[in-house]
Design a protein around this ligand. Structure first.
Ligand SMILES: CC(C)(COP(=O)(O)OP(=O)(O)OC[C@H]1O[C@@H](n2cnc3c(N)ncnc32)[C@H](O)[C@@H]1OP(=O)(O)O)[C@@H](O)C(=O)NCCC(=O)NCCS
Length: 185
C-alpha cells in the first residue's frame, strides 16, 4: 500500500472529499448523513493516497472551543490516518487559541474506541430519535395538511427507555472533549 500524505484541503479536492465522507459514514450510525457540497470550516485537513482523499478532519473554532469531524475511508482505516489528522489539528487549533477540542458522535464501537484511545472523555449525551415508519411518525402528527412519513427528533437522555420501546431507531449522541492544555494519553 502506498504512503499517504496530510495537507490542507483545496477546492479541487471537493469531489473526492465528498466520496470519502459518504463512504466513511456508510457503515456507521451516520449512514444517511450525506453532504453534496463541502461546508466551509475554520480548519480543513485531508489525507491523500494515490490522489484521492482517504481521510478528512474539519474543525470549527468558537472562542477557546473547537469542534472536529474526523472521517477515514473504510479501505484505509487503522493506518494511523485519523491519529495524524488529529495531532496536526490539535497543534494548529492550540496555536489559534483553542483550549479544548470536542466532537459529537453516536454509538459506533470503533469510533468510541478511537475517541477513548486519543484522550477524549464523554462530557454529555442526549438522544437522536428517528420516526422511521408512518406509524412512528403518526405519533407526532398534529396537522391535517401534512401526512408524516418519517421524522428526526432530539430528546433528553432520561427518556431513553420509553423512546426505545416506541421507536426502532434511537441513537445516543455523545459529546467527547479533549483538553488542549494537557498532553493526551
Ligand atoms: C473513527 C475513525 C475516524 C478512526 O480512523 P482510523 O484512521 O482508522 O484511526 P487510527 O488508525 O488513527 O486508529 C488509531 C487507534 O484508534 C483505535 N481504533 C480505531 N478504530 C478502531 C476500531 N474500529 N475498533 C477499535 N479500536 C479502534 C485503536 O486504538 C487504534 O489503534 P490500533 O489500530 O493500533 O489498534 C474511523 O474509524 C472512521 O472514519 N469512522 C467512521 C466515521 C466516524 O464515525 N467519525 C467520527 C465521528 S465524526
Amino acid at each position: 500500500m502506498t504512503a499517504w500524505t496530510l495537507r490542507d484541503h483545496t477546492p479541487a479536492d471537493e469531489p473526492s472529499w465528498l466520496r470519502c465522507r459518504v463512504l466513511g459514514f456508510l457503515d456507521t450510525a451516520y449512514f444517511d448523513d450525506v453532504a453534496t457540497r463541502k461546508p466551509s470550516r475554520d480548519l480543513e485537513l485531508v489525507a491523500i493516497d494515490n490522489n484521492e482523499v482517504v481521510g478528512l478532519l474539519d474543525a470549527s473554532i468558537d472562542g477557546t472551543d473547537a469542534t472536529i469531524e474526523t472521517i477515514v475511508h473504510p479501505d484505509h482505516r487503522r493506518r494511523g490516518i485519523a491519529r495524524a489528522l488529529l495531532d496536526e489539528a490539535c497543534t494548529r487549533l492550540a496555536a489559534r487559541g483553542a483550549l479544548q477540542v470536542d466532537a459529537w458522535t453516536r454509538d459506533d464501537d470503533g469510533t468510541l474506541a478511537w475517541y477513548d484511545a486519543h484522550g477524549f472523555v464523554e462530557a454529555m449525551r442526549y438522544l437522536h430519535v428517528y420516526a422511521s415508519t408512518p406509524q412512528e411518525a403518526a405519533a407526532f402528527a398534529d396537522r391535517s395538511d401534512l401526512m408524516p412519513r418519517s421524522g428526526f427528533f432530539h430528546a433528553w437522555i432520561e427518556h431513553e427507555d420509553t423512546l426505545r420501546a416506541e421507536f426502532q431507531r434511537v441513537h445516543i449522541c455523545r459529546q467527547f472533549v479533549r483538553s488542549l492544555e494537557t498532553p493526551a494519553r
